[in-house]
Write a protein that binds this ligand. Structure first.
Ligand SMILES: Cc1ncc(COP(=O)(O)O)c(C=O)c1O
Length: 394
């Protein structure tokens, strides 16, 4: 088994585990005992693959960005998760988890969301399956991601505003966990990233691993080699990065680069660059690296992008960082916005601001010229148009 994957106890090195209140124990244990068997079942596999193909539109293209490659003098490929139904990678995970919830006999679905992409992806699969859906979202995010709130409501979901703390993703996650504690029997909590108690980080990474599975096949077809030199992705909780890295973890010659949100700068007091600012601790049910004060209070994160505005990273990322397998870097709001505009002008693709963070790191790299670089374009920028317009004054 890979030393970068979860072990039988639910840990990645020292990170992971299930640090949960006793009242959640039955739910989490049920998942721990059943998720691998359910996912391995041929009827599950068949329905998962069929929905990814016919409903989500997979495989997502691997596109060689010619003008971007020319600018940075190397070979850049974009894994086009932005072209998925609902506009981001999040739907890969929600399709998987709704099929799992069905098989566990759950009738009610809850979720947390930051940018709204995971909320939309959850509301979508609930409409698809006719299940009740409640999405928790920070009050601030409700304002900055209004189109996604409208989408969720159209699909029949109830959107509940999280009013505590920074009124963003962390607070929405707290509210969702509280709901789950109060409704343990009939409710499944679809966590939207590789965070939370074991088995969520592993389960979500497996559902997202389709990203690197397809990339290998597509690269082989296009370049004759299935492994690139470098893969890059942005990191909020870390699910698109986990999916992008998954099948390359043990290929140590493939460089893994994860880009966090530096907000106004890592030392500005307004940042979400967890690996720079964080320390080891427990958040939302697992041991990882998180931004906290001396006495363990969570520090409010900040990023212009709602999907990266999270004070922690998933436990697998903490392990990839600590073990040195992955390089964890960051991009500021300004760097990301400029990179988003650059992609739009050079390739005619408006990226989600989250994905723009991954693109921004290109500016800081020195290429020899013959590398193959794959960047996970985790989402499309439609939801961010207001933000782009305000920033650039269009
Ligand atoms: C388009 C997009 N990319 C990236 C993220 C960050 O999440 P993760 O780190 O789990 O991929 C989000 C979260 O909402 C998102 O909407």
């Amino acid at each position: 088994m890979s030393k970068y994957q979860v072990n039988k106890e639910g840990y990645y090195g020292p990170f992971g585990g299930a640090y949960i209140p006793e009242m959640l124990y039955p739910n989490v244990e049920e998942l721990q005992q059943q998720y691998l068997d359910i996912m391995a079942d041929p009827s599950f596999q068949q329905e998962f693959e069929q929905l990814l193909r016919d409903y989500v539109g997979r495989p997502s293209p691997l596109y060689r960005a010619n003008r971007l490659s020319e600018k940075y003098k190397t070979n850049i490929y974009l894994k086009r998760e932005d072209l998925n139904h609902t506009g981001a990678h999040k739907i890969n995970n929600t399709i998987g988890q709704i099929l799992l919830a069905e098989r566990l006999g759950k009738k009610r679905i809850i979720a947390e969301t930051g940018a709204g992409q995971h909320g939309v992806a959850t509301a979508t699969v609930c409409a698809l399956k006719g299940l009740e859906c409640v999405v928790y979202m920070g009050e601030i995010d409700i304002k900055r991601q209004a189109p996604n709130v409208a989408r969720m409501k159209m699909m029949g979901a109830t959107v509940v505003a999280a009013q505590s703390g920074s009124k963003t993703l962390k607070d929405a996650t707290n509210e969702a966990l509280r709901d789950w504690i109060n409704n343990p029997v009939d409710t499944h909590y679809i966590i939207g990233s590789v965070v939370g108690p074991h088995p969520y980080p592993d389960m979500v990474a497996r559902f997202q691993s389709i990203i690197s599975e397809e990339t290998k096949k597509q690269l082989l077809e296009k370049t004759g080699k299935e492994n690139p030199d470098i893969v890059m992705a942005c990191v909020g909780g870390g699910s698109n990065a986990a999916g992008m890295f998954y099948h390359f973890l043990d290929a140590e010659d493939v460089q893994l680069i994860a880009v966090e949100a530096a907000g106004h700068g890592v030392n500005s007091g307004e940042s979400a660059a967890t690996t720079v600012l964080g320390k080891e601790g427990v958040l939302h049910g697992s041991r990882s690296i998180l931004m906290q004060t001396e006495d363990g209070q969570v520090i409010e994160p900040y990023s212009i992008s709602a999907g990266l505005d999270y004070p922690g990273i998933g436990p697998q990322h903490a392990w990839l960082f600590k073990s040195g397998r992955g390089s964890y870097v960051s991009a500021t709001d300004d760097e990301a916005m400029q990179a988003g505009l650059l992609l739009t002008k050079l390739e005619g693709i408006i990226p989600a601001i989250e994905s723009s963070h991954a693109l921004a790191h290109l500016e800081k790299m020195n290429f020899k010229g013959d590398e193959t670089v794959v960047i996970c374009l985790s989402g499309r920028g439609d939801k961010d148009l207001d933000n782009y317009m305000n920033y650039f004054g269009f």
